[in-house]
Design a binder for this molecule. Structure first.
Ligand code: EPZ
Length: 423
């Protein structure tokens, strides 16, 4: 198992290219199931989660080819050989549930394993199922599997989400493209990944209006066709690397970065005393002199502060001047990085969904353990600013969502290397 060793204390200066969004790609790939013509995604990130989605699609009979070192994914669902997403793959990655809506819409049947809980919370899929039922699906849960059928096909309906869910919005949006009649989704997620999915589906012949707002209207069509679609940039990778110079000092340009994708987050950086400027090539982040200011953060669905940047923001605030309060409102157990940061000298108190961080002058390097993707990268960020060496273990979590992290950071002057246990 690989570890990452970071020696802290170096200012970062340079440029970091931002990859295509993991979470957009993980919903764009299942969209291929809606058509028997090829779907081509460009700007796909090279990540283990993307490979897992490829393996899942291949198990259903989709032909997946990766070109240009994995940056282009060409998928053809002309001949589906199975309608069953097996537990062995689904348990590795919850986004596997996103094959349910498209398979059901196209072939009126799908069997998908329930994903189960994960490190950050229980994460049920009840809204995915309720939304599909609203479109006429018959759903049974049998021995850990969702058995869904839609004899005669899905039909449009009005469905209001009781609370915002990114994945459920994506699943039902995809299913509704091939349903008979009009579907209206109310209180839909507004994340940029939803908009990207709708753009891709519209390029495939779907008729979707309002994606990116909380009401999405979908006029069902008889069939979708192939298309080529560029994956939107990864706003969470962007935010993560914006924090690197914020923690170490220096100036880093995030190539391809867009302020509209990270506005609420950038506002908090500004409050902390970090300068963010949008230019022609992306975003430039500069740390002004002195310690950063403490700020309070509350996670919320887009356009609010993303839960996927909460751990990384906490890494910054461990050395802020004053007391910061972070409230996690999306997942019930997403402070697993806090005890690890405390091993590095951070002062953090966690009570339920609230973490209170009292800034200290500096963290000290330590061996730490990553529990999930965003927690792992928050420990790397903390290590960049800490005194001495930080060893982050279990970095396979990191490889699910960040490509070439050590290369991108060392190109800006960080001392960071990956070591493999077997030498
Ligand atoms: C997506 O997960 C992302 N994953 C997550 O990214 C992200 O943290 C999350 O959205 C919130 O922004 C992908 O896009 C692949 P939700 P998703 O449905 O769709 C509850 C990362 O680090 N809920 O919006 O699963 C749920 O438990 C990851 O890249 C139900 O109760 O999130 C959570 O509390 C982790 N029933 C809340 O809603 C349901 O049927 C929001 O979850 C669905 C969700």
């Amino acid at each position: 198992m690989d570890s990452i060793i970071v020696t802290g204390g170096r200012q970062l200066n340079g440029q970091i290219p931002i990859a295509g969004a993991k979470n957009a790609c993980l919903t764009l790939m299942p969209a291929t199931l809606l058509t028997d013509e090829p779907l081509t995604l460009t700007n796909a990130p090279r990540l283990s989660d993307i490979r897992t989605m490829s393996v899942l699609l291949e198990s259903l009979g989709v032909e997946v080819s990766s070109l240009q070192e994995g940056k282009v994914q060409v998928m053809s669902s002309a001949n589906l050989t199975s309608h069953k997403a097996d537990y062995d793959i689904v348990r590795k990655m919850r986004a596997s549930i996103l094959v349910l809506g498209p398979m059901l819409a196209r072939d009126h049947q799908a069997v998908v394993s329930l994903p189960g809980g994960c490190a950050i919370g229980a994460r049920p899929v009840d809204l995915h199922l309720k939304g599909l039922e609203a479109l006429g699906a018959e759903i049974e849960l049998i021995e850990g599997y969702v058995h869904a059928r839609a004899p005669g096909g899905l039909r449009g309906a009005v469905f209001e989400f009781p609370f915002v869910s990114v994945g459920a919005t994506e699943n039902i949006l995809m299913a509704a493209t091939l349903a008979r009649g009009t579907t209206v989704l109310k209180n839909a997620a507004r994340e940029p990944e939803i908009r990207d999915l709708a753009d891709c589906l519209n390029a495939m012949g779907a008729r979707i209006d309002g994606a990116g707002t909380s009401t999405i209207t979908i006029e069902g069509v008889d069939a979708l066709h192939g298309a080529t679609h560029p994956v939107v940039i990864d706003r969470i990778e962007l935010g993560t690397y914006m924090l690197a110079p914020a923690i170490t000092g220096g100036e880093v340009e995030l190539l391809g970065g867009r302020l509209d994708l990270v506005a609420a987050f950038a506002e908090k950086l500004d409050e902390a005393g970090i300068n963010v400027a949008e230019g022609e090539n992306g975003l430039k982040v500069t740390r002004r002199n002195g310690r950063v200011n403490a700020v309070n953060v509350e996670t919320a669905p887009f356009p609010g502060f993303p839960t996927d940047l909460q751990a990384q923001m906490m890494a910054l605030l461990t050395t802020a001047e004053g007391v910061s309060v972070l409230e996690e409102r999306i997942f019930e157990n997403r402070f697993m990085h806090a005890p690890e940061l405390m091993r590095m000298g951070a002062e953090i108190e966690v009570h339920g969904g609230t973490a209170t961080v009292t800034g200290v002058e500096r963290l000290k390097g330590a061996p730490v353990m990553a529990t999930d993707l965003r927690a792992s990268v928050s420990l790397i960020l903390a290590g960049l600013g800490a005194e001495g060496e930080t060893v982050v273990n279990r970095v396979y979590h990191l490889d699910r969502g960040y490509e070439r992290v050590e290369e991108k950071l060392s190109a800006c002057g960080a001392k960071i290397e990956r070591v493999s246990e077997n030498g």
